[in-house]
Every structure is written in C-alpha cells, then in structure tokens.
Design a protein around this ligand. Structure first.
Ligand SMILES: [Zn+2]
Ligand SMILES: [Zn+2]
Length: 341
C-alpha cells in the first residue's frame, strides 16, 4: 500500500482543497524532505488567482524547510540533515543564466509554482536546491527564501558604507528588508507607514527612525535625503512620490509588486543631472546561504516574525490570514497534520 500525506492542492484558478496524496518518491539527484515549516505570502495568492503561469493541480509553497528523510542510494548520506530550500530551478544555458541572473531564466521553474512545493507533509526537491540550516529552528529557516529576495535587492543596490535607507511599507517584507539591511551593515533605516502599530513593530526589527504618513511620504520627510528608497507597498503613486526623496546618486527599488502596466512619470533631465538609479530586484539569486547567515547572526527577535502557524488542514484559514493587520509572517507546520487525528 502506498503511504499517503496531507497536502494543500490548488485544483484550478481560485479553487483549492486539502487532501490526501501519495508521498512522492525521489528520483536521481533528488531528496524526500519532511516539511516542518512553510511560509505563506502574496505570491501564493497570485498563483491561486492565476496571475502566474502555474499549471493545476499544483501543491503551492516556495518558502520551506524540513528534514531529509529519504533519497536514492547515492545521496543516502543526506538523510537526517535539516535543510532550507532554494525554490528556483534554472537551465544554466540561456542568456540570463549565463550572465549571472538564473532568477531570470527563460526556462526557469520553481517549487510551489511549476513543481509541487512545500504545503504538504513531504516534498521531493533536488539535492542541489537544499542548504544546511545549522542550529536554526525550522520556522526561522523557512524565512530564508524571502530573506534571500531581500539579499538580492541589497546586492543589486551596491550601497556605499554609511548609506541612508528609507523603506516605505512596514508589512512582512518591509520587516525582512529591514533585518537584512541591518545584517548588511546598513545602520540608518527609516520606515514610513500609515499605521502607528506597524511602525512600533518596525523598531523592534531594525528601524532606526520611523515616520507616520498621513497623506504622502514626501510631506513628512525632507527631499533628497535617502541614498536608497525601497517601496514595499507596490503602489505606483507611492513610487512616484518617492523619487523626490532620493539623494543625488540615489537608488529606487520598486520591491513591492506594482500592477502590471502601471506607469511612472520621470524627468530624464533629473535622472541625468542627479545620477538617479531605478533598479529591479526579482525573486532570489542563489542568496539562500547569505540569508541563512543573516538569520544566524541577527540580534533581532526573529522568532517573533512568525505570528501565526496553521495545520495544513486549516489551509483556507491560513490563506486568508496572509497580510492580516496583526500578522507578520504566516506559516504552516505540516508536522501537526501527521499527529494522530
Ligand atoms: Zn514568498
Ligand atoms: Zn536559464
């Protein structure tokens, strides 16, 4: 008899179920991982809504960690290791891969999108996509993926020492950007948000200054004050407003996902005369080891980032909890589901 596991399965656009499926079998170069923590984020909602090119049925979940429990004979030594997963699989042959951007691979796939991911008791992943997590707890190790996205942003920004940073939007990704910034030796991190409680929270995760926004961010801050401005709201109007906050030589990162087709108005003379940069940062670029280092070294109360943990059986409730006012990071703990029912 094939053993089965509990899994969240997207069955089509805007439909999903929590069901029992056979435990998958690892092939050559692959490991079977028992998932012990899996984070939820807006990308999971975007996949469910059909805004990403994922095929259904699909087990979502791209931010996860667990223990290797089975492997082909040549990888048997991995059994028992505790790992975080890099969800991206790239071809190593296309133009993007050859130029150091495997995250932009034209043939790219990801666990949780084109391949089954971590919202299940077990998942099969390539050995090459696993990274040892040392003594980190599983919930913290499952933060490595979103932290690696922040690492990509700071690697792309290439800030000089002493740079001033403004993060607009004190949601989960804002917190992660802040902790990563402080781990990157950026010691001047201002947060702007409309909600005082979120700014209060930002202070415990690395904000050195906070600004409560009533109408626009630029009304509350001096112009040309920041070497780096990261928008974590995904609102084009916020980005438009933020351009005037860039110091000469400053960099703007539209990190929050704006609606496709939205527009900004830029004065090219200003870009020229003030040497402004607007740079993109998409997903992660092999940054899981750096992210794990930040998580291991940080002195911020990283465990407190995980505000809610659900069983897979509570999949519907978990999906609606993403972005809730009192939550930072929402995770599944699939080990709850294997307990006797
Ligand atoms: Zn995510
Ligand atoms: Zn490629």
């Amino acid at each position: 008899m094939t053993e089965t596991m509990t899994a969240v399965v997207y069955t089509g656009i805007d439909t999903f179920e929590v069901t029992r499926l056979p435990i998958p079998t690892p092939g050559p170069g692959e490991l079977l991982v028992r998932v012990e923590a899996a984070g939820l984020c807006h990308t999971d909602l975007d996949i469910l809504a059909g805004r990403y090119a994922a095929e259904f049925p699909r087990i979502p979940g791209h931010e996860f960690a667990g223990t290797v429990v089975d492997a082909e004979p040549e990888l048997i030594g991995h059994i028992g290791t505790r790992v975080a997963i890099d969800p991206l699989i790239s071809c190593h042959q296309c133009r993007s891969c050859l130029r150091g951007h495997p995250n932009l691979c034209t043939q790219g796939q990801a666990y949780g999108a084109e391949r089954d991911g971590g919202f299940a008791e077990y998942v099969v992943v390539r050995s090459a996509n696993t990274h040892h997590i040392g003594r980190l707890s599983m919930p913290v190790a499952a933060l490595a993926e979103p932290f690696a996205c922040a690492v990509n942003a700071f690697e792309r920004a290439r800030l000089a020492p002493g740079a001033t940073t403004l993060i607009i939007g004190a949601g989960p990704m804002g917190m992660i950007l802040s902790i990563a910034a402080r781990g990157w030796d950026i010691h001047d991190v201002t947060f702007a948000d409309r909600i005082p409680e979120r700014l209060e929270r930002a202070r415990s995760f690395g904000a050195t200054d906070t600004v409560l926004v009533k109408d626009t961010v630029s009304e509350e801050l001096p112009p040309a004050a920041f070497d780096l401005v990261i928008d974590a709201t995904g609102r084009p109007s916020v980005l438009q407003d933020a351009v005037q906050l860039l110091a000469d030589g400053g960099t703007l990162i539209p990190f929050g996902v704006c609606p496709p087709g939205s527009q900004l108005t830029l004065d090219p003379f200003e870009v020229y005369r003030r040497q402004l940069r607007i740079i993109g940062s998409f997903s992660l670029n092999r940054g899981i080891p750096e992210a794990l280092q930040i998580l291991q070294r940080t002195r911020f109360p990283i465990e407190e980032m995980i505000t809610t943990r659900f069983t897979l059986r509570d999949g519907a409730e978990a999906l609606t909890a993403i972005g809730g006012p009192n939550s930072i990071k929402v995770q599944f703990d699939p080990t709850f589901d294997s307990a006797p029912q």
